[in-house]
Design a protein around this ligand. Structure first.
Ligand SMILES: Cc1cc2nc3c(=O)[nH]c(=O)nc-3n(C[C@H](O)[C@H](O)[C@H](O)COP(=O)(O)OP(=O)(O)OC[C@H]3O[C@@H](n4cnc5c(N)ncnc54)[C@H](O)[C@@H]3O)c2cc1C
Length: 368
């Protein structure tokens, strides 16, 4: 049988993971990227795998995040076996901390709600004493926290690199350094992608262009729009702190790596496609982080950067086939959870391209 020719637009973690899955299923896959693999949001992310900490309420996003979190162990172990290096994956847990009585009540209630609908997340309320046993350096006003023991972390830059290597080894061809400009649609079927230097013929096209997806979809009916949201991050280095859970507070978080680096995030700026780091952004991040954990103020500031989250207007990613254009599939709009959602996205989008039943009901995520 002639292999299916698939063009994946975007070599972020999402595009590369889909490309690898399809290449392993004997598709002839070409990945096109304006820049380099992992050069945008996927390489810039903090790497929290926070199904519990990031999802506030029951619904399709919580279900998808929980499903993806469950896929992570097998996904990352087999990726490591194929590429020969790990990407800092840990089930280190995450704690959402409360700094006043109202937040404590709200978090405790959230824990009860999640336990009712997603038992595998097993959230547990920690009072101030239990919390300090785990994280002694918290500020005096931290009065409790909601522990999500199954949440974890990964190093996104390593993950993005591993996924690109994996896809290439599986046979995907990378055409980097050129943008996709437009889809070529004939008689209601996408037949090619017009790029800066060439036109790539395709039986199927997957749009995984992150925050830049919208222009490629001009003229098509969409369930929701995708636009960029800037997130600024800082990296602080502490002298050999023990490995701790990820800490999350209202408007920010600290992600401790094993070696003493701590990623502090993140702003949520409406700044268009501007990826600059601002003084105000850093001030906000560092002030919040040191208010929750004053000891962070002793750390050395090693780095700062920003990335653009692909944010959908309705808060849900766009996944699956477009109803108006045969052969067109979307995998975008993952906003704050695109790293967490890599395994589930690769699974269901590859299934959709191959016209197999999907492991998750895609109806809430369909593009239109
Ligand atoms: C500061 C920050 C912190 C984050 N923290 C977390 C976190 O802790 N946990 C989590 O799960 N998620 C996190 N995220 C979200 C996550 O990074 C994204 O949702 C995810 O990386 C999106 O992946 P992607 O592959 O869709 O997009 P990207 O990684 O942005 O990749 C899109 C690719 O498409 C390419 N492209 C765009 N347009 C074109 C075109 N026309 N032609 C060719 N190529 C094109 C780009 O060059 C890019 O390489 C964070 C994001 C940011 C910015």
């Amino acid at each position: 049988m002639t292999p299916l020719r698939v063009v994946v637009v975007g070599a972020g973690a999402v595009g590369c993971a889909i490309a690898a899955k399809l290449a392993r299923r004997d598709c002839r896959v070409t990945v096109v990227d304006r820049g380099q693999p992992g050069g945008e949001a996927s390489g810039a992310a903090a790497g929290i795998l926070g199904a519990g900490a990031e999802c506030g309420e029951p619904g399709p996003l919580l279900d998808l995040c929980t499903h993806s979190l469950d896929l992570w162990p097998d996904f990352v172990v087999s990726l490591r076996q194929r590429v020969g290096f790990g990407c800092g994956w840990e089930t280190c847990g995450a704690i959402e901390v409360a700094r006043d009585a109202d937040s404590a009540v709200a978090l405790d209630r959230k824990g009860q709600l999640l336990a009712g609908v997603a038992a595998s997340l097993a959230p547990r309320w920690l009072d101030a004493r239990e919390l300090r046993v785990r994280v002694p350096e918290l500020a005096d006003d931290v009065c409790g926290g909601l522990l999500h023991p199954g949440d974890g972390q990964v190093e996104p830059a390593l993950l993005a690199k591993a996924l690109a290597i994996d896809a290439a080894r599986c046979g995907a061809q990378f055409h980097c350094g050129q943008g996709a400009r437009a889809l070529v649609v004939q008689h209601g079927h996408v037949t090619a992608v017009a790029c800066d230097r060439e036109t790539l013929q395709a039986d199927a096209v997957v749009i995984a262009a992150g925050a830049w997806s919208q222009p490629l979809l001009a003229g098509l009916t969409l369930r929701t729009t995708v636009r960029p949201q800037r997130g600024q991050l800082a990296l602080v280095e502490m002298e050999a702190p023990p490995l701790r859970p990820v800490l999350v507070w209202r408007g920010g978080y600290a992600v401790p790596r094993r070696d003493g680096r701590i990623v502090l995030g993140a702003t949520a700026d409406d700044a268009g496609f501007d990826k600059r780091v601002t003084a105000g952004g850093m001030l906000h991040l560092l002030a919040m982080a040191t208010a929750v954990m004053p000891a962070l103020g002793e750390g050395q500031l090693r780095d700062h950067w920003a990335g653009l989250r692909p944010m959908s207007a309705d808060g849900l990613p766009l996944l699956g086939p477009h109803p108006e254009v045969a052969g067109l599939f979307l995998a975008t709009g993952h906003h704050r959870n695109g790293i967490l959602l890599v395994p589930a996205t690769a699974q269901v989008v590859a299934q959709a391209v191959l016209q197999a039943d999907t492991s998750v009901d895609l109806s809430p995520f369909l593009p239109a």
